[in-house]
Design a protein around this ligand. Sequence first.
Ligand code: MN
Length: 487
Amino acid sequence: MAQVFYYENTMDLEAIIGLEIHAQIATKSKIFCPSGAEYFGCEPNVNVDPVCLGMPGQLPVLNQEALLKGIRAALALNCRVNKYSHFDRKNYFYPDLPKGYQISQFEFPLSEHGYLEITLPMGGKKRIGITRLHLEEDAGKLTHFNGGTLIDFNRAGVGLMEIVSDPDLRSPEEAVLYAKAIQQVMRYTEASDADMEKGMMRFDASISLRPRGEEKLYPRAEIKNLNSFRSLEAAIRYEIGRQKMLWEEGKAPERDITVGYDDTTGHTYFMRNKEGSDDYRYFPEPDLPPVILEESFLEEIRAAMPELPEARYRRYLDQDGLSEAEALFLLDDRDLAFYYDEVRDKSGDAKRAASFVLSILVGRLKKDGLMLKECRISAGQLAELIGQVAGGKISMNIAKGEVFEEMYLSGRSAEEIIAEKGLATIADSAELEKICRQVVAENQKTVQDYMGGKDNAFKALVGQVMKATRGQANPELVNQTLKNLLK
Ligand code: MN
């Protein structure tokens, strides 16, 4: 349980927060060698080779796909992509780092000076500056076990984007909104799957406080390695409380520190005084040539940029007429957003597509605890079902009920099910007239009420006809036929 700090609010302090996000680049192989980039759920040490194991004399080669995806993410984050960048060695010793250094970028990163807008809960937008996005390699994974430590190098050498924000965030909530916005950009650009549960996106959060109104920055605490939105928010909240107490006691932090966060206690704990960049003895990686980008190459990437979350959101609102809640719900789940898009495109009916996807399909999957990819109804089949409704072949009620359920269970097409079960709307006006006449004859009291000016009575008659036809009559046709009979 997170501890809550109670303090006398004698000082007006403001929190200054910056995030460093590591996102795994979605490539098949590692960033500087041919081994597979899979590590989650793999047998230990199966995706390794001499380069990522740090054997002497092995040469790294930059993965082109990793570079391309890094650039695409940088452009989506409004960064300036540098025509010249190079890799550096970041020297430190740790058992999960077999070379004794990490290949990263320091002085000349791939991209800089970007921003991302977040939508604040009270409305309005806030622009969060992005200092830089650079490429680097991940380290291996240590597992402490029975008093010993096991090392798995599957993750060593997997490509990462490190995205550093300016210290523009002011609350734990803003930090989470920003982190979620970054996750969306990663997913819609396909630069990273950004799956937190698989460790594909991790956060370091820097926090300092200052008396409101001051411009200067005070020493900060950097919380390392947060791997869920929940712990990101809780850790920042705790750290703000901890520092607030120090300020209140007249013991404001005097040096930068690195802290860890313990999920079980909800506390941050001191790890070390923060290392400066000098401590890493950065120097240019001699085994990799600098990355020199032609304008034409960048133009090609710009021209092929996929639709970004913000544009998609506007399209859902302005063109499709979805509500803000519906648009946000779709954006949150890229697979669902693409599925919806396909249903809408194939049916040409945004309103019905939204209704079928967002309420009926999502509700049904939720009931069974299934993911969209486990759904047996393809987007094309759902569009066809919508077509059957739009074309008057079946009523909306029958489509949503019996037909949808049967499609969901069997994966068969709407057309097949409608034919087999005889669910098509009664389109034959002579037959419908016969049924309407019968309903009128059997409900004289209701007819009198309607003639006497009671509109509800008419609805009751329509209901009777629908009942007599087991919902298979076209409601508009029923309306017309009854009105003609009762003129
Ligand atoms: Mn890093």
